[in-house]
Design a protein around this ligand. Sequence first.
Ligand code: ZN
Length: 438
Amino acid sequence: MSINNSILRSAGLTDKSIKFLIDENGEFNHTIHNDKHDDTLMLYGELSRFPERCPYCGFPMESNYYHNGTDEVRLSLPSTNGFKQELTLTKQRFQCLNCYGTCTSISPDFIENSKITKPLWKQIFDLAKQDISEKLIAHITRLSTSKVHVIISASASDYVTDTTQQLPNVVCIDEVKYRKGHFGFEILNGNTSEFIEIYPQRDNKSIRQYLSQFSLKNRQKVEIVVMDMNAGYQSPIRELFPNAIIVVDRFHIVQLAMKAVQSERIKIQRELSDKKHNRVYKLLKSNWKFFLKAERNIDTSNTKWFRGVHEYMYPQDALQLVFKDFPNFKTVYDVYQSVLDARFNHTFTPLEQLINNYKNNKTEMDTVIKTYKKYIKGIKAAFENNASNGRLEGTNRRIKQIGRTAYGYANSMNYFYRIRIQLHNKFILKQQFLTFKV
Ligand SMILES: [Zn+2]
């Protein structure tokens, strides 16, 4: 029966007890034309495998049954060459000799009470791992969009986080905006940047609920939690990871200071905007990148061409030109440079002194320093430590992109499910997602 096995393989099925029907011309499939829909490639088969035990009384079925007629079902197989592919299956019915209950033949390739076969489910699942819409998945699998939606929803509602997985010693935590006004919360392995989980809520109560599903013993292994400074969920994190130090993400520390430089520069430009021929104005406007560059990388021994002012100048003279008239800009600039140095040198002391001696000057840096003071321990840990969640940014970009593709998801469960299956690594996927309750 090697031809039977070949048909089985080409249909994506595995159960050798499915016997395909081959007609008098030796053909095993036929094209069914339909005016309204695409053509369907139809296979015909029979299945007469009886269950090991009676599903009603548990009696061993082996030779303790009657044949009790047949059922015919039409099952959907994976699409092939752009065709919808289906199997018309004749299933044997059995009657138990012990309790007279009846049941039909079963196969590991099929899902109980579903027309979707497991190989088709796998095809849908495999497509759902890509950043494509449900509509496109429906087109590829030759199913209706609503059917695909139902299948993905069913899988989404069955999804459970694998809380038995061992947490790494470094985790990164960040919030994720996934829809207007909706923020979730994600957790990543800080050593490998592998995705651990994403959750749809970020309030303290939800965070406690999500993370307490990991055992205390497991959570105690976490030594470092890297997170954003303005995160509101500091207290649950401290409670749930009792042995961890909170490290502020260096990227965010630098970003705050950088924004203060940018805003002060723009403020000065506005003040000078009626003096379009002003050198400081032209210098600031055309060389904004220069004012964000780390000072230690600026070559002070050579002159440099400055756009806007159209002059060759020593970089230190260009800086001085601005500082002379705008001393506050110098203060902001110096703090920013200290932050960059702290990151580069992995030392916190010079920056700490600067933060402690800082005097408010009505620039955006006042607020930044206030924030720094509030999170001083976490910032110190950030610079004296190598953990960072810079890589989270990449994940966040992907999540945003998935959100765009998923535009129109009425169901945020489906959205999270898609994010999860697209971000989890293959190994975890196998364990968590291939359950068949469609
Ligand atoms: Zn029985």
